[in-house]
Design a protein around this ligand. Structure first.
Ligand SMILES: Nc1nc2c(ncn2[C@@H]2O[C@H](COP(=O)(O)OP(=O)(O)OP(=O)(O)O)[C@@H](O)[C@H]2O)c(=O)[nH]1
Ligand SMILES: [Mg+2]
Length: 641
């Protein structure tokens, strides 16, 4: 397969008419102003694209943006998909409003790599060039682009272009290793075309992994599967793209169903969400306007990837947490769900009067609700932020930090990851429950497994936000763990404290066994007289009943549990074949009418049998069970082909 390494994408930035598009044309020979209106008016309106083939075969991609102050939204579409910046300042004009504004936005997005070009040096004096050069250097110092080199160029006579190419190439070399790995390809759509006879084509900057022809990607939001019919990189059909400017021809989806801002991805961490836990950093102010941080519950516009959406910054008491570096925690409540993943960078702007308020990074795309919100402490938030900002990203660290802040995370498989402190509390609860029984009731220290699991599940749901099914699964796991490491001993479907065996009064244990022996028959004696004969105290009988070791259907009538189960199974087996009469059941079990009537009534009541004139037939509950068994046990040759 013939694939190139991922290319670094540079985004232009700078004031209107400062020569961004002209510089790209001089560097690459490509006119990024492709719209007729752009060519007519000599200005960039929407994002444009160009690329530069270096002498060593590497390719640099460029996203060109408009400098017009009213088109800052389009500037942010471009800036949302770049790895590095090409900041352009005209030598005649010097830094102007959108120079400041674009630098603020790049800073908010955390763009640290790039080059600045002072253009139009052919039109001014050398002194002017060196003044503007110094001004630009000083400006960059105040932003994340603090170490970007400043190069003086002329797109008219070509002065400085070789040096600019060299610097761009150096930046690309430094940035490229960051692009190599990822959890799966991801392309934020910036353009959509309907191509006659071929369907929908989308373009964007691919990141995070390779995408091949024939791959199926998820379209987010919507979670629709979309097959990649064809991959193009800079207009050439290829087997796969590893990253950089990429176009996909998509099968079985109409262009009308696609738009800028949607994401195509194989990365499972990209989800549709409208509620995000984020770390915000106040925007740097380079222009004259002084801007305050977004106030709590202030309406703002959030720009993320090629998407933008209205949002509210929520900073409730739980989120009132200061992180390091002047960052603060907040919840962004978006107007609608957008595609987002932990680690995504974004810009928060105030629509009117227009201002950049903050930059930020997404920490959690499904922040805790309910009791788990209590877990959001400064330590945990900072640990999560550090794990997400770390380069290269260690998914295991991020995952551990998320489990820590939520307390419990349900995996796609249905299993539950518990934070260490939650697991410990749950384990201690199980152990204490069993030990408590040994203390308060030494004669009968065993606790049914089901009782312990239920108690642990309840405890878990008081500690962390978990659906019941997940809490049950987690509780099962916790009890298994304490059994496994010997802190609780399991006997069949009962558990007991490891220390109690010797503590049980032997006399009581013998009495219990004797009573169970007496009840291990289809026709047990009266319970009261049997207990007396066995020497079994009343509280031991109650315990046998709650622990389901006996089945008590009347005050004075009980069977040993497994004996009763056998009798019930016989009834159901017979009823499955033909309506079951009390007489036939009595004969089959060697019982008497008094006993079988009690059992049949019990089975009727539980829906396992239904009484008809002809006899008892399988009830709704039993039919459901038989049905399940029949499906799962159906032999393969009888499966419809
Ligand atoms: N003399 C001279 N003129 C230049 C140079 N670079 C650009 N220009 C002129 O400056 C004008 C604006 O150039 P563009 O490249 O369209 O500027 P831009 O930054 O892309 O503008 P927007 O896309 O609208 O933000 C054009 O008339 C160019 O010919 C240069 O190096 N020297
Ligand atoms: Mg332009």
């Amino acid at each position: 397969m013939n694939v190139d390494p991922p290319s670094v994408v540079f985004g232009t930035a700078g004031h209107i008419d400062h020569g961004k598009t002209t510089l790209l044309r001089a560097l690459t020979g490509i006119d990024a102003d492709r719209l007729p209106e752009e060519r007519r008016r000599g200005m960039t309106i929407d994002v444009g694209y160009a690329h530069l083939m270096l002498s060593d075969g590497r390719v640099l991609d460029f996203v060109d943006v408009p400098g017009h102050d009213r088109l800052v939204g389009n500037m942010l579409v471009g800036a949302g998909e770049i790895d590095a910046a090409l900041v352009v300042v005209a030598a005649d004009d010097g830094p102007r409003a959108q120079t400041f504004e674009h630098l603020e936005l790049l800073d908010a997005l955390g763009i640290r790599d790039g080059v600045a070009a002072v253009t139009k040096v052919d039109a001014v004096s050398p002194q002017r060039v060196s003044d503007v050069h110094a001004e630009v250097t000083a400006l960059l110092r105040r932003t994340t682009l603090t170490s970007a080199p400043v190069i003086s160029v002329s797109s008219v006579d070509g002065a400085g272009l070789d040096e600019l190419r060299t610097r761009l190439s150096e930046v690309a070399e430094r940035v490229a290793p960051r692009l190599a790995s990822g959890a799966g390809g991801r392309l934020a759509i910036d353009r959509v075309f309907a191509v006659r006879g071929r369907g929908a084509v989308v373009t964007g900057s691919l990141r995070g992994g390779m995408v091949r022809t024939g791959d199926v990607l998820r379209l987010v939001p919507g979670d629709r599967d979309v097959r990649i019919r064809e991959v193009q990189v800079r207009g050439v059909t290829v087997d796969a793209s590893t990253g950089g400017r990429t176009a996909f021809n998509l099968a079985s989806i109409a262009a009308a169903d696609l738009h800028r801002g949607l994401v195509l991805t194989a990365d499972p961490s990209v989800v549709a969400s409208s509620r995000l836990l984020v770390a915000l950093r106040p925007a740097v102010t380079l222009g004259s306007s002084v801007v305050s941080e977004p106030a709590a519950d202030e309406s703002v516009r959030v720009h993320i990837g090629t998407e933008s959406v209205d949002a509210i910054v929520v900073r409730g008491p739980r989120e009132a947490i200061e992180l390091g570096d002047g960052q603060t925690l907040a919840i962004l409540r978006l107007d609608r769900p957008i595609a987002v993943a932990p680690g995504d960078r974004f810009v928060v702007r105030r629509p009117s009067p227009a201002a950049t308020l903050a930059g930020g990074i997404v920490l959690d795309t499904a922040p805790p609700r309910g009791v788990s919100r209590r877990r959001l402490t400064e330590t945990r938030a900072e640990r999560l932020r550090a794990a997400i900002a770390r380069e290269p990203r260690e998914p295991a660290l991020v995952d551990a930090a998320l489990v820590e802040t939520h307390g419990a995370v349900v995996r796609p498989s249905g299993s539950v990851a518990l934070a260490p402190d939650v697991r410990q509390t749950a384990e201690e609860h199980a152990i204490e429950l069993v030990a408590g029984r040994a203390r308060t009731d030494p004669d009968s220290p065993a606790v049914p497994l089901a009782t312990v699991r239920t108690a642990v599940a309840q405890r878990l749901r008081r500690l962390v936000t978990l659906p019941q099914v997940a809490a049950d699964a987690a509780a099962r796991d916790v009890v298994d763990a304490v059994v496994h490491d010997g802190r609780v001993v399991r006997d069949g479907d009962q558990v007991r404290d490891p220390s109690v065996e010797s503590v049980v009064a032997p006399a009581t244990a013998t009495a219990i066994e004797r009573l169970l022996g007496l009840l291990r028959t289809p026709t047990p004696p009266g319970l009261e007289s049997a207990a007396r004969a066995a020497g079994c105290p009343p509280d031991a009988i109650r315990r046998l009943e709650t622990d389901r070791r006996i089945v008590r259907l009347e005050d004075d009538l009980a069977w040993e549990a497994s004996t009763y189960r056998d009798l019930a199974r016989t009834a159901l087996d017979m009823a499955a074949r033909a309506p079951l009469t009390p007489a036939a059941y009595r004969d089959a079990t060697g019982s008497s009418r008094r006993y079988v009537m009690v059992i049949l009534e019990d089975l009727d009541r539980r829906g396992l049998l239904t009484r008809t004139d002809a006899g008892h037939v399988l009830g709704p509950k039993a039919r459901a069970r038989v049905g399940q068994r029949a499906t799962s046990e159906q032999p393969a040759e009888r499966m419809p082909s």
